[in-house]
Design a protein around this ligand. Structure first.
Ligand code: FAD
Length: 499
């Protein structure tokens, strides 16, 4: 039996330091409550984060970026596992909640008090101000993005410069490795230090296993202390919460913790995703992908169910996207400076599930896209291929099995449009996850109420993307932060009134 290595106590205990957990900590500590943050990953100081992709991924990402769904055609679910969670590796793209999503959550899930327009806008305003949200300037966008802009204008598609929480971005294209100048205001450099200045304590390398529940009330969190190098358990911890436990371990790990704690019903159901894929184009002139913001330009096509984004890759990852083998592939490598890459993000309608894996600490995630979802993916990839040719690409690499690996003429885009695309044909990955502990007024169809408190357990809150009743068709971090901001503010007031 592992020994108890850590015991602590505070008003609130927050599990997870990503977009949700860090915002909860920022608001509750800012309101004067004592608070402990528990994070499974390490604290990575920006200056010490490795620049080489392989080391960067190993340090900051869950399972080195190889954590996947299970089933016939598994695909990676990218998540951060370090202080700051996925925000510490993300591109800082900011989108307010689309109006149709907000209306749907009010009309069909009874979430008026959470997403009522004025209150939500106020939260967005504060967050945008605190995290320095601005539109990406052309000077730091880089050719990868500017080529997309040119193509969008040619084809009459609704492109725009991305808004990001990176006011002082210098366009170094290293979001994944940790923004070198700390311009991107990920949670590890913004809300976590701020909460700590307000008195919050942070325990890293602490994997929460379950919530301790006594007489129907959450009273603390139990878990394992991990070794810094091997990430293997070396001891146990128990952290007591006087006023509330907040689980914000992400869409995958929140339901695992809740189920291990005995909660059932819809916990782990209604997983929704925005899977993506990408197309590469080769240009006669240098694109110099390494120069410019990681992501800077986007074409939102929500009415069609997808979004297109410019996406810079480090050279070693870009190389894996080039077709062929042997000398032919090596020849393509010599032109590494001449490629652009743009990605699709699809708002899929399929629902999946998350469960604790049998006899391990892992999670069992199941998600199978619907035929309709794959048709939308196909349209998105065909649109990118058209954009590439419109931007002047001489070769387009769609990365789709069962069609040529190299397209050299715009007329060949119809090969994508006519393909009966399956999940086995493409490389899919996903970094936008939603649902699994959804919020709603009705306890029969949701896990937490509009105050984000569990219907079944008092003083147990979920404050991350798990509470989203649906996916959105836009990047999620801003909506996560704003929802959590509102719920945490109310929780802080109730706790103050009860004191
Ligand atoms: C590569 C990448 C790029 C992205 N780009 C953007 C973007 O530009 N804009 C945007 O809006 N969104 C983007 N996203 C998505 C966005 O970052 C996430 O939607 C958001 O961070 C999710 O917030 P969260 O709080 O739900 O989870 P996370 O931010 O993932 O945080 C969860 C935290 O909980 C910790 N944790 C998990 N299990 C445990 C446990 N048992 N005990 C203790 N701690 C635990 C994890 O280590 C992690 O730190 C991107 C994501 C990725 C991976």
């Amino acid at each position: 039996m592992a020994r108890l290595m850590l015991e602590d106590e505070a008003d609130f205990v927050v599990v997870g330091t990503g977009a949700g957990g860090a915002t909860a900590a920022r608001v509750l500590a800012g309101a004067g409550h004592s608070l402990i943050m528990l994070e499974e990953g390490p604290l990575l100081k920006t200056a010490e984060r490795p620049k080489e992709l392989i080391h960067a991924m190993r340090r900051a990402m869950r399972d080195f970026g190889t954590f996947t769904t299970r089933g016939m055609h598994p695909f990676p679910l990218l998540q951060g596992r370090c202080v700051g969670g996925s925000t510490a590796i993300n591109s800082g793209i900011i989108w307010r909640t689309p109006e149709d999503v907000r209306r749907d959550w009010i009309d069909n899930y009874g979430l008026e008090e959470l997403v009522e327009e004025k209150g939500l806008d106020r939260a967005f305003d504060i967050i945008e101000d605190e995290l320095g949200v601005v539109e990406t300037a052309e000077e730091i966008s880089g050719n990868n993005a500017l080529r997309m802009k040119m193509a969008a204008q040619k084809l009459g598609l609704p492109g725009k410069a991305m808004a990001r929480n990176a006011k002082d971005c210098e366009g170094r294209g290293e979001c994944l490795q940790g923004c070198p100048g700390e311009a991107r205001q990920s949670m590890d450099v913004s809300y976590i230090p701020r909460a700590m200045r307000d008195g919050a304590r942070l325990h890293t390398l602490c994997r929460a296993m379950k919530v301790r529940i006594e007489n129907g009330r959450a009273v603390g969190v139990e878990g394992l202390v991990l070794d810094r190098d091997t990430r293997k358990p070396v001891g146990k911890f128990f952290v007591r919460a006087r006023r509330g436990v907040i689980i914000a371990a992400s869409v995958v790990w929140t339901p695992v913790i809740l189920r291990r704690s005995g909660l059932r019903g819809l916990v782990g159901e209604r997983l929704q995703l925005h899977p993506g894929s990408a197309v590469v184009g080769r240009f006669p002139e240098p694109i110099s992908m390494g120069t410019g913001a990681t992501q800077a330009y986007e074409i939102p096509m929500r009415e069609r169910g997808f979004k297109i984004e410019s996406l810079t890759l480090p050279p070693e990852m870009l190389a894996t996207r080039l077709p062929g083998a042997g000398p032919a592939w090596q020849k393509l490598l010599t032109d590494l400076d001449h490629y652009a890459q743009w990605a699709s993000i699809v708002r899929m309608k399929a629902h999946g599930t998350v469960r604790p894996a049998f006899a391990s600490h892992d999670a069992d995630v199941r998600f199978t896209p619907l035929d309709r979802d794959l048709k939308v993916m196909r349209e998105a990839l065909a649109t990118i291929a058209k954009l590439m040719f419109a931007a002047g690409a001489t070769e387009v690499y769609p990365g789709i099995a069962r069609i040529p690996q190299v397209l050299t003429d715009p007329s060949q885009v119809r090969l994508i449009e006519e393909l009966d695309l399956t999940t086995a044909d493409i490389h899919m990955m996903c970094s936008h996850l939603f649902g699994t502990a959804v919020a709603g007024r009705d306890a029969a169809t949701s896990v937490v109420g509009p105050d984000l408190q569990a219907h079944d357990v008092r003083d147990l809150y979920v404050m991350d993307a798990s509470v989203f009743p649906t996916n959105m068709g836009v990047n999620p971090q801003h909506t996560i932060m704003a929802l959590v901001w509102r719920a945490a503010e109310r929780l802080a007031e109730r706790a103050r009134a009860a004191a």
